[in-house]
Design a binder for this molecule. Structure first.
Ligand code: LMR
Length: 392
């Protein structure tokens, strides 16, 4: 009976949206869910996307079905940005399909992993909570390794140990850039080493690239992914356009598979197609079509890249200002300056997280993860003062 179902907790991260909305204080600050905000505190539709949407409305002459793979023009247009202009499909070894956001892509990637007979996924801790949640829902085991050390650097020893002790039937899930939730990314030298370690292991790499362009730049943020792909025979890549095209609620993503022998691609991708059919049949078209129109038009592409530059520059300014505050109450904000993307973690206790919400109207995840883009030059001093007070 339906009444045999157990009550499920609301997703803690998504619940923050409602908590913040319900707070009547005018000076409340939202540092919760990962959405970019401008210096004015808004999340406007990108100029380039608006222009593409106008074009789409004027030119689209049908909304007939496309198939489980979605808009293959969109999937292909992204590939030079993800895999590099020189060999965007690695000599016929990579193919992709459109998915509803990065979550849809991860769902398919992990579904394929499960179907292929893998038993366990090695995941850094902490990670984006939905990683473990999707693994659990699919009946995949999770083995965790420590992602970062207390000094704000990556814990390479933990990763080396996790790879060395991997078992037959294990896959590994890595964040390509802008680690969620810590903002602590691997350096180029570390990626070089990781690629070598993975090449000498039997692990299947799954790379989650949900923030390309929000860290150091579109090319720079693809460094780790590309290093791994030239070193290993097979990999899955879960991609999101939700942040780097600002399309959040339109749910725009893609799944790519790389295999050793191009002759195997059709078989491998047919599993992505059948899993999509069983989950959502076909992805929503609108956002992906808008991305394709941006990428097919040189002027719109240039404007989109300029918009990404503006976002990155603003987040760097916020990070620099937080870092300049240094030791604040009982915490040190200086490592935030060297971290990437939307997120950083401040080591608040659960009581301090609650106090920040109830006393100051400042909302962020229970893990202490803040979305730095929620800070502006208008509210950052208020935030730093609250941190000093609550952690003193
Ligand atoms: C986040 O981590 O805040 C974003 O990826 C949004 C989400 O779906 O959790």
């Amino acid at each position: 009976m339906l009444t045999d179902l157990q009550q499920q907790p609301a997703d803690a991260l998504l619940a923050l949206i409602k908590l913040h909305n319900a707070d009547p204080r005018a000076d409340k600050i939202d540092l919760g869910v990962g959405v970019y905000k401008t210096a004015e505190g808004g999340t406007p539709v990108f100029r380039s996307i608006k222009a593409a949407e106008r074009k789409l409305a004027a030119e689209q002459d049908t909304k007939a079905y496309l198939g489980p793979e979605g808009d293959m023009g969109f999937v292909t247009a992204l590939m030079p940005y993800i895999f590099g202009k020189d060999s965007p499909d690695m000599g016929g070894r990579i193919e992709g399909m459109q998915t509803p956001g990065g979550t849809g892509s991860l769902r398919l990637a992990l579904g394929m992993v499960k179907r292929a007979g893998y038993k366990r996924v090695i995941v850094g801790k902490p990670s984006w909570p939905n990683h473990n949640q999707i693994c659990a829902d699919l009946g995949l085991g999770v083995a965790e390794f420590n992602h970062a050390k207390a000094d704000g650097t990556t814990d390479m020893d933990a990763l080396r140990g996790a790879i060395a002790s991997a078992e037959e039937g294990d896959a590994i899930l890595l964040h390509g850039c802008c680690h969620n939730p810590t903002g602590i990314d691997y350096s180029h030298a570390e990626w070089d080493e990781i690629a070598g370690l993975l090449a000498n292991s039997k692990l299947l790499p799954i790379i989650d690239l949900a923030y390309q362009g929000l860290g150091m730049g579109m090319e720079e943020d693809a460094y780790g992914l590309r290093r791994v792909l030239v070193a290993v025979p097979e990999a899955l890549i879960a991609y999101s356009c939700d942040k780097n095209f600002g399309l959040y609620r339109d749910r725009v993503g893609a799944l790519y598979a790389m295999v050793a022998d191009p002759a195997d691609l059709t078989k491998v991708m047919s599993n992505g197609h059948s899993l999509a059919r069983a989950n959502w049949s076909q992805p929503p078209d609108h956002g992906a079509a808008a991305v394709r129109l941006v990428l097919e038009d040189a002027a719109l592409t240039a404007d989109w890249l300029a918009e990404l530059d503006e976002m990155r520059d603003r987040m760097r300014q916020v990070r620099a200002k937080l870092a300049a505050a240094g030791k604040t109450g009982g915490v040190d904000l200086s490592p935030i300056g060297g971290q990437n993307g939307l997120f950083s973690i401040i080591p608040f206790t659960p009581e301090q997280v609650q106090a920040m919400r109830s006393e100051y109207g400042i909302y962020f995840a229970g893990s202490g993860r803040i979305n730095v883009a929620g800070l502006t030059m208008g509210n950052i001093d208020q935030f730093i003062a609250a941190v000093a007070d609550v952690t003193a």
